[in-house]
Every structure is written in structure tokens, then in C-alpha cells.
Design a protein. Sequence first.
Length: 327
Amino acid sequence: MNPRDFKELRRSTQELTPQQRHILAEDLQDATQTENPVLAQIDRAFSEHPRCPHCQYEHVAKWGRVKGLQRYRCEACRRQFTPLTNTPLSGLRKREKWGAYLEAMEDGLSVRKAAQRIGVNHKTTFLWRHRFLACPAKEKPTLLRGIVESDETFIRRSRKGERYMERPARKRGTRAPNTGTDPNHWVPVLVARDRSAVTTDVILSEVTAQTLKNTLVPVLDKEAVLCHDGLPQYFTMARETGIAHRTVYAAHGKRVVKGIFHIQNVNAYHSRLKGWMERFHGVATRYLPNYLGWRRFLEHPSAPMGFPERIIRAIVAPAGHHSLAGT
Ligand SMILES: [Zn+2]
């Protein structure tokens, strides 16, 4: 548009009714958001299986666009919605920065470093971290096949960020014992990983035959062979459920049995997880599921799509509800 026409167009907006002004504002907002690849991914992922977030009905009609996203109307309850309605991203602002934020997550940046990189306040990146991770934290594989390695690791318990503590805060510099399994200081996290690198994890209340059973049995393929380090609870669980299992007594120095049975992949996963978590300087235990999900998504095997898109899909097109609730 030539400058003179543009000047005229701007002048003519003064004659608009309030309603016309509103419509034009939405159009303009939409036009400035269409270049946003994250919103395009959100639209694409949701459109594969659209359903009403209010009543779950699957017959929905496209109903214009709003703020760069497709709007729909449910043919049952007649309510309008977008792919983000009732998701953790609903109501978050600065959508033009979401793409850069997801890249910062992929790079594992802390709240402050991510805020610096993308140019928002660190309160924003703190909020976003847990909003973006709420769904990935719940999305876990439903089936582990073949040789499945299982082992627990212990993450330091932290009440960081909790306003009321049941016990006095640890003084800075005083540390929990560096080893051990005391549940006052350490949270047991079970990780199970098969040889195609499909990985699941669960925070256990304690390591018992029952919690192992609740965690592992629903996701083990019936042909799977479970490898473990000989913890007695595994024997009890295997006896009760009849699952096939092999013990690898790391303590006896025999770390690989028959050339294939070992738990080195899962132990390597533990060390990558813990090494990666060091940058966060102690993770609040109540947020630990989010960090475990973050790590799982970073390690997703041979994914055809990148980390940002998988996070988006977990939010607007979840793969279904999974059996691995916490135990
Ligand atoms: Zn509906």
C-alpha cells in the first residue's frame, strides 16, 4: 500500500464503531501472529483429532480465528474454544516468545538464563517452565519390550520454594548425607529403559515389591526380560507376578551376563539425568515430576519431530492417559 493510502486508511479508522474497531483489532492481531511457527504447530497438532475441551465431543466446526489460532465451536454444547482452552498454556501471554522459550528449554537453560536469552522477566520463565512441563510430565511410554533394564536412583529431597516447612530449613552449606536411602533426605526414582531407549520413570514413595510391581508390571511387554541389580524386592515381585528377570550383581563385579544382560544403559541414564540436573542447584521435590518429564522428552529416541514440537503435542494432542500414575 502506498504511503498516501495508508495515511487515509489510518484516518478512516476514526470513523469505526466500537464493534468494527474490535473486529479490526482481532484481524490485525491475527495477521501479526500468523508468522508464529509455534502457533502453527499448535493448530496442526490439535486439528488431527479435534475435540471439545468442555464436553469431549468430537464433532466441532471451525469458527474463525482468534489471536493467531483456529477457533472452534462444539456441535454438542455450542461452546467456543481454541486448541489451548483448558490447557496449561491457556491465558499465557507473549506468545511470540514461546518458540524461543522452547529452544531455551531444549538447551536446558535455567530460569534466569532463559529469561535473559529471550528478553522476559524471570518470573515469566519460571511460570512458563512448569506450565509447559505439566503435560509432558504425565506423558510416559506405555510399553517396554525385550530386555528392560530397571534401577533406582536417589534424588536429594528439597522443599525449596515451600512457604511453610515442617522442619527447619537446612542451613546453607550443611548437607544431607551424601549416600543412603533415608527418605527424609532422598527421593527414590525408578527408571526403566528398554534397548530401543524407550524410557519411563516413577517417583516411588519407597522401594518395595509392591511399588515395583505397580510401576513395572503395567508397562512390561509379556515377552520382556527385566534386568535388575539383585535387590530382594525384585525377586519378591518376580515371584508374585511370574515376569522373566535376570539379576546382574554389580557388587560382585559381574556386570554383564551372557553378553547381553546388564543395567548399564539405565545407569548411564541416571548419570546423565543427575549431571543435567546439577545446573538447577537442587530441584524442589514437588516439581521433580516436571524435571523427569523434561529429561525424558530430551532423550526421546529417534523422534521424527523435534523437542519443541513434541512438547506442544503433549499439551494439545496428548497420546492418551497413561497407566503410570505415581505410586
Ligand atoms: Zn462441547
